[in-house]
Design a protein around this ligand. Structure first.
Ligand code: GAL
Length: 341
């Protein structure tokens, strides 16, 4: 018995000293060099590949050590990947959560290890340990979609789609869009044939929901699609009825395929969020956090349910066939030869 107690004491002492080492394991910080961890939810949408590339390039240019992972739409996988990065000794974690609430556990783990977290593009909810939120004004994104919609759809049958229910942005986009659409629904100008969320932002989900609406009536005048992927799925469904081009379809992300559809007259608009700026800003903030400099937020906060999180929000831009060249091509975001293919 005594022996067992002794062994238990040794194990306990050992694990305590290990956890103390883990608690102040800032080996990287000790060498005075910043190491950044980057966690991206998916590469399914073109934008996330751009975010990843931009951040990696910004790290390379600044001589910052980094490690990056893609969670492939899997919250568990994202947690495991982030935990690995934390134990590898990163100082700052740039985390674009697949699941807003599930990612709270990652933030708590990071905080316990002295790792700062930047909630990247999507807000992490349900934790008071989050350091900063860096994104675009996402209600404004929805408002730009809604504004375009009401300016171009007078009355008739419409479809309202939203993004993944676990993504906080999806709620904000819809809130913004409904600020504009709701009065037209209330007045009876718009009749909503189908209103659905698209799981994991999948184009096939959007296609299915638009098909369901088309089964009720092919007399549809507008589809509020929350991003370019779901716009593409919606247009595929409309195409089957020969309706692509005669129905207003919104979007977001300025993907190449969307720009091509806009110039071909199939998609009406997209919202440009310059991921080059967002990615660079993330690395700048990581550097400032590491140097313990104050992050300039101009007092801006966004509530994540339990905390008013200091926030840096960039400005989104509405793009249609009229300004696509000046906004997307002249800025070098897309190449004219690719868009016009
Ligand atoms: C949102 C993001 C959008 C879009 C979407 C699908 O959170 O803000 O830009 O990419 O996810 O991944």
């Amino acid at each position: 018995m005594k022996k067992i107690v002794r062994i238990a004491t040794v194990v306990l002492a050992l694990s305590m000293s290990l956890s103390i080492v883990a608690g102040c394991k800032k080996d990287k910080k000790d060498d005075g060099k910043l190491k950044v961890g980057i966690s991206i939810p998916t590469l399914q949408e073109e934008r996330w590949a751009r975010d990843k590339d931009t951040m990696e390039k910004a790290c390379q240019d600044a001589g910052i050590e980094f490690v990056s992972n893609v969670a492939d739409l899997d919250a568990q996988k994202q947690k495991a990947q982030c935990e690995n990065m934390i134990s590898e000794g990163i100082d700052v974690l740039i985390l674009a959560p697949h699941d807003a609430a599930a990612a709270a556990a990652i933030v708590e783990d990071a905080a316990a290890s002295g790792v700062k977290v930047i909630s990247y593009d999507r807000l992490i909810t349900a934790t008071d340990k989050l350091d900063i939120y860096l994104s675009f004004d996402n209600v404004k994104v929805g408002e730009l979609q809604g504004e375009y919609f009401v300016n171009n759809v007078d009355k008739g049958n419409i479809v309202i789609l939203s993004g993944d229910p676990e993504d906080n942005n999806a709620k904000l986009f819809k809130e913004g869009a409904m600020n504009k659409l709701q009065p037209k629904i209330d007045s009876g100008d718009y009749v909503v044939l189908n209103e659905q969320a698209c799981q994991d932002w999948k184009a096939e989900e959007a296609m299915k929901h638009v098909e369901a609406a088309l089964n009720k009536s092919t007399d549809i005048v507008g589809v509020l699609a929350p991003n370019d992927g779901t716009a593409g799925g919606s247009i595929q469904a409309l195409n089957k009825e020969g309706l692509a081009g005669s129905v207003v379809v919104t979007g977001q992300d300025a993907e190449l395929a969307a720009a091509q559809r806009i110039m071909a007259g199939e998609q009406s608009m997209t919202v440009f969020k310059d991921t080059r700026e967002l990615g660079k800003e993330a690395i700048k903030i990581a550097q400032d956090m590491f140097a313990e400099k104050e992050i300039k937020t101009d007092g801006q906060v966004v509530s994540n349910g339990v905390k008013d999180v200091p926030s840096v929000l960039l400005t989104p831009v509405s793009v249609d066939a009229d300004n696509l060249k000046s906004v997307l091509i002249d800025s070098g975001y897309l190449k004219e030869a690719d868009v016009m293919k």
